[in-house]
Design a protein around this ligand. Sequence first.
Ligand SMILES: C[C@H](O)[C@H](O)[C@H]1CNC2=NC(N)=NC(=O)C2=N1
Length: 104
Amino acid sequence: MAKLEKLPAEAADRALAGLEGWTREDGKWIAGSYRFAGFPAAIAFVGRIAEIAEELNHHPFIAIDYKKVTLRLTTWHAGGLTELDFQSAERYNEMYRASIAENR
Ligand SMILES: C[C@H](O)[C@H](O)[C@H]1CNC2=NC(N)=NC(=O)C2=N1
């Protein structure tokens, strides 16, 4: 399936089942939150999100709430969820897991 082709609902639900910690907000968005030791760590993570978003040319909505960062993803051009949303979310999960491992 082309990366920017809107996924049918059941395909999106299947992709979501394999994506730890993310939920669907409505038919068009997925959302995931990450918690950090403090505000500086949250901001550092946002900087790394920006690098991945630029690499993928796929940009999340980012909410920073002190030690918590919430990302929301949709594919504007497709008017809903595409594989790129799930691939992006998986990259952010991988980056978060690595950042937690680093700080042990
Ligand atoms: C021109 C540029 O490739 C497009 O505007 C990209 C940029 N980042 C994007 N981000 C997201 N979330 N959806 C898009 O459709 C999208 N399109």
